[in-house]
Design a protein around this ligand. Structure first.
Ligand code: ADQ
Length: 467
């Protein structure tokens, strides 16, 4: 087995055993701890000097964490700027929220070059390098230029948008040219692969070959959908033992017989939290019988507060929760409990299990692990109902969910009523289908399938030409 080097923007060094609230960290932490290797990326700290040029290493179990501090300027341009004010909104189909500047674009390539300069001397010929997500698309190309010839794979955790949206990005051609330096590219869903293929065809820079591989700018690359999973069985076990968690007990006692509806998301506009609250409001208006009998808990840690759009949304969602409560609450009943914090994995699993309905209604999402965690945590003899946006990557797999369009506020409200009233036999049937799927396609499957493909790719470095 080759040595694995994982690269991601942020390296989640374990602190007290809990990974932070973020899909990539949650997905990869367990897999890395099991297989071992090097995890390279930003430390989360700001460098004192403008030119960060050192790698600090930390050993934890089988993993070596290789950490780079970034300067304030790099963080503003590369992270808060180009990655999170251009690529993130654009790839989530939000052209209205994008902000393109030459300065932030320059910062994006500057940090990718810096990472390549620091990482290249650590890479050995038979290592495999696995690069993650939109922050680091050009990294393989930079590594190739620094002389790295080993196999390099890339996984995009967010959606790959259709070409009409991608071409809004002034440097789309460069960005895609950078992808040709990889040996394997993984997307979350077949739709992402299809969007990528359409882009290559329309821009005349590549195509799918008869053996299923792609040729991109003259280089043969394997491109496939590998939907990311969770540690399904472990999460189900934690949920089954969550009764003695004090937070779960407190929540259970406070419900006094009311049905619980749960939403768990980073505070991000892509997650559709405001639309979800409006749907809940509409549900309370339409389904008068339900008033006083349901509690909607939305657990939402703040995220990327340094980006202006996130600060604005924080305010919008908090005001909305206040307005719905002001309108509908009674002396002894608060319809929405809106909480800005992270909770530990045990408590989270227990809260999902207490819930009758899981609301996962993003406007656009690469996959969405909360949907899978909710399913894994249910009681096998009395499962709750997952209400899932058709625009989450997870909808391509979880056909037992009630699929909803989050832009249709009243339609989603109706689906909440339907979920609350669903008879046990239908709940069982839907849940079993979903559980089987996520038990088989768990995070270990995802990791193994991607790495098998990467290790099987011809080791051809930068100069490969397709046959
Ligand atoms: P994210 O956008 O971060 O991930 P998601 O897949 O839902 O979204 O993962 C969030 C993770 O954070 C989940 O494991 C969840 O349990 C955890 N989390 C959220 N709120 C929490 C809270 N209050 N307390 C504790 N934990 C919390 C990106 C993409 C997704 C893709 C993942 C993985 O945007 O589409 O599924 O990467 O590829």
């Amino acid at each position: 087995m080759s040595r694995l080097i994982v690269v991601s923007n942020r390296v989640p060094v374990p602190k007290g055993g809990q990974p932070p609230a973020g899909g990539l960290a949650v997905a990869l932490s367990g897999a890395m701890e099991e297989r071992g290797g090097v995890w390279f990326g930003w430390s989360g700290d700001t460098a004192r000097h403008d030119e960060a040029s050192e790698v600090r290493t930390l050993e934890r179990g089988k993993v070596t964490y290789a950490l780079v501090d970034l300067s304030q300027r790099d963080l503003e341009d590369y992270y808060a700027g180009f990655s999170n004010r251009m690529l993130w909104p654009l790839f989530h189909y939000r052209m209205d929220l994008t902000d393109f500047t030459r300065v932030t674009l320059g910062g994006y390539y500057r940090v990718n070059r810096l990472f390549a300069k620091l990482l290249a001397p650590m890479v050995e010929a038979d290592d495999v390098v696995w690069i993650h997500d939109y922050h680091l698309i050009p990294l393989a190309n930079e590594l190739r230029q620094a002389g790295v010839r080993c196999r390099i794979g890339f996984f995009l955790h967010i959606p790959f948008p259709p070409p009409d949206i991608l071409t809004v990005l002034p440097n789309h051609a460069d960005l895609v040219r950078g992808l040709a330096a990889y040996d394997v590219i993984g997307f979350q869903t077949p739709l992402d692969v299809e969007n990528f293929e359409t882009y290559l065809r329309r821009e005349k820079v590549g195509r799918r070959m008869s053996d299923g591989r792609f040729v991109i700018h003259g280089r043969a690359v394997r491109v496939e959908a590998w939907p990311v999973g969770i540690e399904t069985k472990a999460f189900a076990d934690i949920a089954a033992k969550s009764d003695d968690n004090t937070l779960v007990q407190r929540m259970d006692e406070s419900l006094v017989g009311k049905s619980l509806i749960i939403g768990v998301d980073r505070l991000d506009y892509s997650k559709g939290i405001a639309e979800r609250m409006l749907a809940f409001q509409s549900f309370l208006t339409l389904d008068t019988e339900a008033r006083g009998k349901v509690t909607y808990l939305q657990v939402t840690p703040k995220s990327r507060s340094e980006v202006a759009e996130y600060a604005a949304m924080e305010k919008e969602v908090a005001e909305l929760a206040g307005r719905v409560n002001g309108q509908h609450a009674d002396l002894d009943w608060t319809p929405i409990r809106y909480v800005n914090r992270t909770v530990g994995r045990n408590a989270l699993a227990g809260l999902y299990r207490l819930a009758r309905v899981g609301l996962v209604t993003p406007l656009r999402d690469g996959m969405n692990l909360v949907a899978k965690e909710f399913v894994a945590a249910q009681k096998p003899d009395d499962p709750g109902v997952l209400l899932l946006s058709r625009f989450a990557g997870a909808a391509a797999e979880l056909d037992g969910a009630l699929i909803t369009n989050p832009y249709d506020i009243d339609g989603t409200a109706g689906a909440i009523s339907r979920a609350l009233e669903m008879p046990l036999d239908e709940r069982l049937d839907r849940w079993r289908r979903m559980y089987e799927r996520i038990a088989e396609h768990d995070v270990a499957w995802w990791c193994r399938s991607f790495l098998d493909a990467l290790e099987a790719a011809p080791s051809n470095g930068a100069s490969a030409e397709p046959q």
